[in-house]
Write a protein that binds this ligand. Structure first.
Ligand code: FES
Length: 581
């Protein structure tokens, strides 16, 4: 049972400040709206629902969201609300440079300001591609009006010569195969045609699918939302039902702060472990929690995820893709299994008005190879390992389910790349002094360094190592990695190199020790020498002097704070700004 008490209905809504009267200003606001052909009775005090749309042809994963918005509108009208669709900045992962992550906070600001400044009582958040889901949740959390997510849904499975082609995962694999001489360029180009067969987001358990799962696990979407393929008719049904539901959420005054409680975040962290979710979820959930006032930390990730088995057999950790996850029953099955194992706060409230347990308790698993029983888990200890040590005083992360067992405890000689250009210039050089036992170190790819914290942490291996049949090496950086990627990769090292973190002073030939079980990452030089090197360190990344990039550089926080802007933390509420007329 949840303790939430619905508000009394009918009551005066915030939209009536714009539409609910006969003053000059009320007439002004209504009259201009009516140029869209809206009948007068739609302004009778009924809930006005925004449909916040990240549709964009420049964000191909979200290019079908206009259609879903229409389905949401059907539901809103049916339930007695007035839907008004509006666009927000859409950070698309596949094309934006230097990285879509540099624009997540900008999109979140856009959402927050649009929600507060407009005559809206509630909002449906239409998202899909990696950064769009967290950006919308961050913005909505900072305003705290009733909000619910509809995801665009994943693409259909890719197939190439009888094999599944997972978005991203296959691309990384094939490009390594080319370097190793195992695949021709012609075959690679042919495979390109089979990777993206339909509208939708990446079909692996990459960041987009992970964040859709996080939205559902947090309770911010209707149960089952995460996995329905973009082109399945049930995706449209989900949009329609969500449109109906948001109207009741406004009547009940069921807000993000009622749903996204500490219990909800703890559920989401455990779900991330069970699905083998992206390391990017760590950053995004920390940022969302910061907006809604939940004091989530990196240590929560380690503590709560440690004993969670990865049971979802999807790439990049496993074999299948999101289509099969949906056919097996999708995320509700995973949540039910966590609940049965005592790893779920069952009373956490969801957007449906039901508890999370009420939503999932009766669902069935239709394919036990896709969603494995715990005793046949992919990785007994999934979750996210949070590493600390003199190389990462404020933490670094590693995804055990995507790493190689034999490298989880490793000591190796550092081969240092000062930045991504240095890496690109050297990695294919046959004279590079490197072998499979070395530790690849990449600097200046954190939030300030890149800027934006690019997904380059899973650096490709040198060709001469790949030709030996080696597919993994220990890699360390302050970057992120794509949720579709894999390997024994230490990410998000904080403080980052560009902020003078210890990563900045690692030198070629230093010895580095990784011990995932002990949660340790260590630069094996005397303390005094480390102090000396840090004292002598000088910034190598030039600070930008104008534009959004300056705002970003000056205000972005470390990965351990979700890389949000310092001035955006917290909920600023839905107070109605002054009118200008
Ligand atoms: Fe958009 Fe993967 S690139 S979801």
């Amino acid at each position: 049972m949840s303790t939430f008490k619905p508000a009394v209905w009918p009551r005066k809504l915030r939209s009536t400040e714009w539409f609910g009267g006969n003053s000059r200003d009320h007439i002004y606001h209504r009259s201009w709206m009516k140029n869209q052909g809206l009948p007068a009775d739609l302004f009778d005090g009924r809930p006005v629902i925004g449909i916040c749309n990240t549709w964009s042809q420049l964000t191909p994963c979200n290019a079908h969201l206009r259609d879903l918005a229409e389905r949401v509108k059907h539901g809103i009208y049916e339930a007695g609300g007035l839907p008004l669709e509006f666009p927000v900045f859409s950070p698309g992962e596949s094309s934006l440079r230097p990285t879509a992550m540099m624009y997540r906070n900008m999109a979140a600001m856009d959402v927050e300001e649009a929600l507060r400044a407009n005559p809206l009582d509630g909002v449906v958040l239409l998202a899909g591609c990696d950064k769009t889901t967290p950006a919308l949740l961050m913005g909505a959390a900072s305003v705290d009006i009733p909000a619910i997510v509809v995801s665009g849904g994943p693409m259909l499975n890719g197939w190439f010569r009888g094999e599944r082609v997972g978005s991203g995962t296959a691309l990384w694999q094939m490009s390594e195969d080319i370097k190793a001489g195992k695949m021709s360029r012609e075959d690679f180009l042919e495979a390109e045609q089979s990777m993206s067969r339909s509208p939708g987001s990446c079909n692996t358990m990459g960041t987009a699918s992970t964040m859709a799962s996080m939205a559902e696990a947090l309770g911010m979407a209707l149960s089952g939302n995460a996995a329905i393929p973009a082109v399945d008719s049930r995706r449209r049904v989900m949009a329609h039902l969500t449109g109906r539901r948001i109207v009741q959420m406004v009547k009940d005054d069921l807000k993000p702060s009622d749903i996204m409680t500490r219990q909800a975040f703890e559920n989401a962290i455990r779900v991330n472990g069970a699905i083998g979710g992206s390391t990017n979820a760590v950053i995004h959930l920390l940022a969302i929690a910061g907006r809604v006032g939940v004091d989530l930390t990196l240590d929560d990730w380690d503590r709560l995820g440690q004993d969670i088995s990865t049971i979802v057999n999807l790439m990049p950790s496993g074999k299948y893709l999101m289509e099969e996850f949906f056919y097996a029953g999708g995320l509700p099955v995973v949540i039910r299994m966590l609940g049965e194992g005592g790893k779920l706060h069952k009373s956490a409230l969801t957007a449906s008005g039901q508890t999370i347990w009420e939503e999932v308790k009766d669902v069935r698993n239709w394919n036990e190879d896709v969603i494995r029983p715990v005793d046949k888990a992919l990785t007994a200890k999934g979750g996210i390992a949070v590493l600390r040590g003199n190389l990462a005083p404020r933490g670094a992360v590693l995804k055990p389910s995507a790493a190689s067992k034999q490298l989880m405890q490793h000591r190796g000689r550092a081969v240092v790349f000062e930045d991504i250009d240095d890496y690109k210039a050297k990695i294919n050089d046959e004279s590079l002094d490197i072998d499979e036992n070395c530790v690849m170190v990449l600097k200046n790819c954190g939030p300030r360094g890149y800027p934006g914290m690019a997904e380059v942490g899973n650096m490709g291996l040198p060709p001469k190592v790949l030709r030996k049949g080696i597919t993994d090496m220990v890699r360390i950086s302050d970057a992120r990695m794509s949720g579709t990627a894999y390997g024994t990769v230490v990410l998000h090292t904080t403080p980052e190199a560009a902020a003078g973190g210890p990563l900045a002073v690692v030198r070629n030939g230093d010895m580095i020790e990784l011990d995932v079980e002990a949660r340790r990452i260590h630069l094996d030089i005397p303390d005094e020498e480390l102090r000396q090197r840090l004292a002598e360190w000088k910034p190598t990344v030039e600070a930008p002097t104008s534009g959004y990039i300056k705002l970003f550089h000056d205000h972005v926080q470390g990965a351990d704070s979700g890389a949000d802007f310092d001035f955006l933390k917290g909920c600023r509420g839905a107070g109605i700004p002054k009118d200008s007329h």
